[in-house]
Design a protein around this ligand. Structure first.
Ligand code: 9Z3
Length: 322
């Protein structure tokens, strides 16, 4: 038990000062903050709940003029599909995602070569391009949903690539959402690096292999969840994700995160089984969400169940605060 407690509490957290000192501030962060604040205010005033979804993996450069970097695995599928289900539940969505990771709606057509779905009228020389809908499953239905979401201004995409960008944009989002209090949800599905090289210790130029084998020492990334829950968005409903590859430590690590940061929920998942099984852990509950074989056959997605569970918990949370 002692080792459990000490493992839970050894992580350094991150205050506003250290964030700017250790991680370069992206030049557009103020601009993005005011766009996100206006989005939150507009939808909050319309009585809508707003969810900030993070999605995709962070990139940690090894050189200032970056040739090489350390990446965290995440395709962005969890975040992109969850965005669609939150929209279906009436939320407005800020989608903070890794550049070029999966995106809501278009994710359904990855792996399809767009040019193979189009035909150019060369016979009559009209220049008309037609789409073969059979090659794009459910395209009319998906396009309709996408256009409704777009014209109602319900989806705000924001991109990051590096860990520094992710940290500063998440902080800006938390501040931007503070005006709507408990109507804000954070759904932190991005895969975030635990390690980084401070700018002061990073070589400027490409590391030379002629210098022999590479040894790198990386610092621990301060835990941003602590100031997010405590200082930046204290009224919001916060869900983090816990990813492990060893199932035997998953629930212990999820509980540990919840005990340390005192937020509302942790979605625990194992890399290999993440599409079919997760556990939603809260202070006083533990709910397994499983896709049956029959559901998997019908292409039901586990994100539908996760979002249903969390949006229900969020509504209860809001009602308790009233
Ligand atoms: C997750 O656990 C996500 O569910 C996945 C989704 C990244 C596994 P895909 O994008 O995968 O659908 O391919 N995200 C959180 C990962 C993470 O970095 N968690 C940290 C940790 O486990 C805490 S914030 O320590």
């Amino acid at each position: 038990m002692n080792s459990f407690i000490s493992r839970c509490n050894t992580m350094a957290s991150c205050d506003s000062g250290s964030l700017s000192e250790e991680f370069a501030v992206p030049s557009h962060v103020e601009e993005v903050r005011s766009v996100m604040a206006a989005f939150a205010e507009q939808h909050g005033a319309a009585g809508r709940m707003v969810v900030l979804i993070t999605s995709g993996g962070t990139k940690v450069p090894l050189e200032s003029r970056t040739v090489r970097f350390l990446d965290n695995f995440s395709s962005g599928r969890r975040g992109a599909s969850s965005a669609e289900y939150f929209l279906a539940h009436g939320y407005a969505v800020i989608f903070l995602h890794r550049h070029r990771s999966l995106y809501p709606y278009t994710r359904l057509y990855t792996g399809i070569n767009l040019l193979d779905c189009l035909t150019l009228d060369t016979v009559h020389g009209s220049g008309l391009v037609t789409v073969d809908q059979r090659k794009l499953p459910n395209i009319t239905e998906v396009l309709k949903r996408y256009q409704e979401v777009k014209s109602a201004g319900l989806l705000l995409p924001v991109e990051f690539s590096t860990l520094s960008e992710y940290l500063h944009l998440l902080k800006a989002a938390a501040q931007a959402l503070s005006s709507i209090g408990s109507k804000a949800m954070f759904y932190l599905a991005a895969a975030v690096s635990d390690f980084y090289i401070p700018a002061s210790e990073m070589p400027e130029h490409k590391i030379q292999s002629s210098n022999g084998p590479l040894q790198i020492s990386m610092k621990m990334v301060p835990k941003i969840l602590k100031p997010l829950v405590k200082d930046w968005a204290p009224k919001a409903f916060v869900t983090s994700f816990k990813l492990e590859t060893d199932p035997s430590i998953l629930l212990e690590r999820a509980r540990c995160a919840l005990d340390t940061y005192k937020h509302q929920a942790v979605v625990a998942n194992v890399l290999d089984t993440r599409h079919g099984y997760v556990v939603v852990v809260t202070k006083d509950s533990q709910k397994e969400l499983v896709l049956t074989d029959e559901e998997a056959q019908r292409e039901v997605e586990i994100e539908e169940k996760i979002v249903k569970n969390l949006s229900h918990a969020h509504t209860q949370f809001i009602n308790q605060k009233m």
